[in-house]
Design a binder for this molecule. Structure first.
Ligand code: NAD
Length: 312
């Protein structure tokens, strides 16, 4: 029969697209439990789901930050069975570290780290018993490589990476797979929400130089990166569908080839100097030429260039 796939954070973005693509699987391999914190936001998903609604896709309430909500959701599933868990729910966070309270940082970790861990704990005993299961985690390239002014967000995704690297080894013994998906920038509400947060904040406790770097250097560069390198949520969802459908699911999947060289810097130089200095140069020394380096990068990583340097 079809595998039950539970996806968190399906009211928008990648989660919504993933739920719909899985529900529309031509082989009808999946029964999708598309979950969201607030069911009042279900309309967009209902529309996108179309005829799959009530057939291969059902919508349920689930707040990854609440034990009670998770228990209630899983309790409502037949045998409480989840074959594939997709931890997609997450929140972004940017800003100078001086202006962020510890309480605010904890909120990011509550969702991005503890929320995902809560879900894993909830489905794991049954997966182990059945010697079958797959846990997919929406990480980020920022789970592999820190990015300036994303300190807390990157830390929350690094935390998830460490958690999964550790757990994957044990779970292999139970035929339960763990997969991390690392998208680069994706054009969803995610960036919009970040910009809204930023426009509301007054950045208390931040010195003028830092604030200027954040607002006048980082923010324009970030917008540039989203517009030149950003993927669609559909493309990321498609990559996740492949991960879920694989006979031997990969542990890591970087969805954006444009970003791979940036993450490779870190592994090319074990001292870490190369990546720290490259990022520093990109942001602070190239200034107005930032978009040019982005374009150069794009050129260096595109297929036609690679065919020229390394003909097959
Ligand atoms: P999004 O904001 O559209 O989606 C995130 C979803 O998570 C939202 O629907 C939100 O309501 C939900 N959510 C937040 N807190 C929740 C909670 N406590 N319980 C249940 N749901 C909750 O943005 P997105 O880009 O689709 O993000 C999906 C995932 O992809 C996130 O984990 C994000 O960190 C990751 N990601 C995004 C990008 C990007 O650039 N957009 C890049 C890399 C990774």
């Amino acid at each position: 029969g079809p595998r039950t796939v539970l996806v968190t954070g399906c009211s928008s973005g990648i989660g919504l697209r993933l739920a719909v693509q899985l529900a529309q699987d031509p082989g009808q391999r999946y029964q999708v439990v598309a979950t969201m914190r607030d069911l009042q936001k279900r309309e967009k998903l209902e529309q996108a789901a179309g005829g799959t609604l009530g057939r291969t896709l059902s919508i349920r309430r689930l707040d990854v930050c609440s034990d009670a909500s998770v228990a209630e959701c899983l309790g409502g599933l037949p045998d409480g069975r989840v074959d594939v868990l997709v931890n997609n729910a997450g929140v972004g966070h940017i800003g100078p570290i001086e202006s962020i309270s510890i309480a605010e940082m904890k909120r990011v970790f509550e969702t991005n780290f503890f929320g995902a861990v809560r879900m894993v704990q909830a489905v794991l005993p049954d997966m182990k018993r059945r010697r079958n299961g797959h846990i997919v985690v929406m990480s980020s390239v920022m789970g592999l490589q820190g990015i300036v002014f994303n300190d807390v967000y990157a830390a929350s995704k690094f935390a998830m990476e460490g958690f999964c690297e550790s757990l994957a080894v044990q779970l292999l013994q139970f035929q339960v797979f763990v997969s991390l998906v690392e998208p680069g920038p994706v054009n969803t509400d995610f960036e919009l929400k970040l910009m809204e947060d930023v426009s509301r904040s007054e950045f208390p406790g931040t010195d003028p130089a830092t604030l200027r770097y954040f607002q006048e250097v980082y923010l324009p560069a970030s917008r540039e990166i989203f517009s030149t390198m950003g993927q669609s949520p559909e493309a990321v969802a498609k990559a996740v569908v492949q991960v879920i459908g694989a006979a031997r699911p990969p542990f890591r999947t970087l969805t954006n080839p444009l970003y791979t060289p940036l993450t490779a810097l870190k592994y090319a130089d074990p001292s870490g100097e190369l990546s720290v200095r490259t990022y520093h140069n990109l942001l602070f020394n190239y200034g107005a030429f930032f978009h040019l380096s982005m374009r150069a990068l794009r050129c260096l990583t595109c297929q036609c260039f690679r065919r020229r340097v390394a003909p097959a």
